[in-house]
Design a protein around this ligand. Structure first.
Ligand code: FAD
Ligand code: NAI
Length: 487
């Protein structure tokens, strides 16, 4: 069978399925090829299941530890892990089913199977029952994502050595999980398992946690909270090997500050990064240019070195985040429909769903300084926000970084309650070239966590109302031009 399309998208993750829907909306005859699950890593074994587990674990932990302070006495709170797993699966299934409905409703044809380019104009799709479909298209979009990096001596067997997928699908709560890698996944999964009652040890090769992705002040708040909950966090630790014991446990050997140490646990979770699926058979017959890091090289329209083939999402470069993939998906669909667009987003917000959450957008203080900006920096603590106090969530702060010359907001870094939901206002501010005054003079409803952004802008200008700033703090004049014709 041979089918011919305007565009074929390969991979139905948040890059691919979003691209396919927008292509169809733009009037293009569109097909999508997927070999495993609609929604990709994100909806099935990534963002969504991990956030479902995190929500449940926070709820459980709060019931056990915080409720009584509010006079709520809950007796016999217990965890039925198998039921939790079932619920988490139902969340993923619902999301994946939603993608199926959207693709169908937008008249995108779905082809199930493993795709392989036979030439730059033709794709062979082999289904699990070995049936083959050949697809021809004027344009192709590669959105085939990434997979976990493995380290020698710790090959994934999903029994003793787990990838994130294995860790999200555990049948039982481990007594003691050993995690190699203290980045996004290690701290998110380690964090929720600790909330559910596991003992957690994290071995991180670097000298601190999350430093490559977030402001170090923010990371410090999370590190302290994890330690308070009993998580063991070890930096400068290099995992060397492991062996299985007779009673089904593992003993992991690692080098810490030139000393060889051993630690026993139930299982090992390896989370040392992800790599693009560029070595897959899919691409073997295409000579696509790669970047030094191994991603498919693209231009600002996400065109690869073969002009009618595009690449988006994790396979096309950092940051490997779902919302970046979707943004690129829509961009490419618009380019294919003849719109004159390029990748021109000023910033990509990121969130680490730890307790508390860390959300960042734009430049950190260090990055702004190293780029030569004279900077103004201000911090507003959640402890001074009425809503945070009433929620018993007072850890953390909003940190604002602005250009001293014109007060344009360069970066916002939040560690605290609902940081993930608060960061979008900051992203909009940066996209719109907002100044500190724009945030400070926007009326924010009270009492809300969102007020912390307004207050952080005020603190950065030297005008904090709900915190005392040191005597001698320079106060900037705060004004916005009056519009020439109001209304
Ligand atoms: P993917 O989602 O990886 O989708 C690629 C799809 O292509 C897959 O469905 C795959 O089956 C299919 N495919 C691959 N090869 C072929 C082939 N040859 N033929 C047919 N189909 C093929 N990001 C966030 O922004 N927020 C989060 O909270 C977050 N949490 C995460 C938690 C975990 C545990 C993990 C692992 C990742 C998380 N991420 C998160 C990252 C996010 O999942 C990825 O950035 C995102 O899924 C990338 O989207 P994509 O469309 O590029 O690829
Ligand atoms: P990561 O890059 O976030 O962290 C990996 C960590 O492992 C780093 O701190 C690194 O120093 C450490 N490391 C590397 N080699 C090591 C070794 N041999 N021994 C010990 N430590 C070692 O990678 P992670 O956590 O695997 O996540 C992959 C990607 O998935 C992220 O970069 C992000 O793009 C995405 N993701 C996003 C999430 C979100 O948006 N909330 C959640 C989960 C994943």
């Amino acid at each position: 069978m041979l089918e011919s399309y305007d565009v074929i998208v390969i991979g139905a993750g948040p890059g691919g399925y979003v691209c396919a829907i927008r292509c169809a909306q733009n009037g293009l005859r569109t097909g999508i090829v997927e070999r495993e699950f609609l929604g990709g890593v994100c909806l099935n074994v990534g963002c969504i299941p991990s956030k479902a587990m995190i929500s449940a674990a926070h709820f459980f932990h709060r019931l056990k530890h915080d409720a009584s302070a509010m006079g709520i006495h809950v007796n016999g709170v217990s965890l039925e892990f198998s039921k939790l797993k079932e619920w988490k699966q139902s969340v993923c299934q619902r999301m994946s089913q939603g993608v199926s409905t959207l693709l169908k409703g937008n008249k995108v044809d779905v082809f199930w199977g493993d795709a392989q380019f036979t030439s730059d104009k033709e794709l062979k799709v082999v289904s699990s029952s070995k049936e083959t479909v050949v697809l021809k298209a004027k344009n192709f979009v590669i959105a085939t994502g990434s997979r976990p990096v493995s380290i020698p001596g710790f090959e994934y067997d999903e029994t003793h050595v787990l990838s994130s997928t294995g860790a999200l699908n555990l049948d039982q709560l481990p007594d003691h999980l050993l995690i190699i890698g203290g980045g996004y996944i290690g701290l998110e999964i380690g964090g929720y398992l600790a909330d559910l009652g596991s003992k957690i040890t994290v071995l991180e090769a670097g000298s601190s946690f999350l430093t490559s992705v977030v402001d170090p002040d923010c990371a410090q708040v999370v590190v302290k909270k994890m330690q308070k909950k009993g998580v063991t966090l070890i930096t400068e630790a290099l995992a060397k090997s492991y062996r299985k014991t007779k009673n089904g446990k593992v003993i992991l050997e690692y080098v810490h500050k030139n000393r060889t140490e051993q630690i026993e646990g139930d299982k090992i979770l390896v989370t040392v990064g992800r790599k693009p699926n560029t070595d897959a058979p899919l691409l073997k017959n295409l000579n696509l240019t790669r970047t030094e890091q191994g991603f498919i090289k693209t231009d600002p329209q996400r065109r690869t070195s073969i002009g009618h083939i595009f690449a988006i999402g994790d396979i096309a470069g950092q940051p490997m985040l779902a919302h970046k993939a979707s943004y690129e998906g829509i961009l490419v669909a618009d380019v294919l429909a003849g719109k004159n667009r390029v990748y021109d987003a000023k910033c990509v917000p990121s969130v680490v769903f730890t307790d508390p959450e860390i959300a960042s957008v734009g430049l950190t203080e260090t990055q702004a300084k190293s780029q030569g900006y004279p900077v103004l920096v201000g911090k507003f603590p959640f402890a001074a926000n009425g809503r945070a106090v009433s929620m018993m969530h007072t850890e953390g702060f909003v940190k604002m970084v602005a250009d001293q010359k014109n007060h344009v907001v360069l970066g916002v870094h939040i560690v605290g309650p609902e940081a993930s939901n608060l960061i979008s206002e900051a992203a909009l501010a940066i996209e719109m070239g907002a100044r500190l005054e724009d945030l400070a003079l926007t009326i924010h409803p009270h009492p809300t966590l969102g007020e912390t952004l307004m207050e952080a802008a005020e603190v950065t200008l030297g005008h904090g109302i709900h915190i005392l700033q040191p005597e001698g703090t320079k106060r900037s004049t705060m004004s916005r031009p009056i519009p020439e014709s109001p209304g």
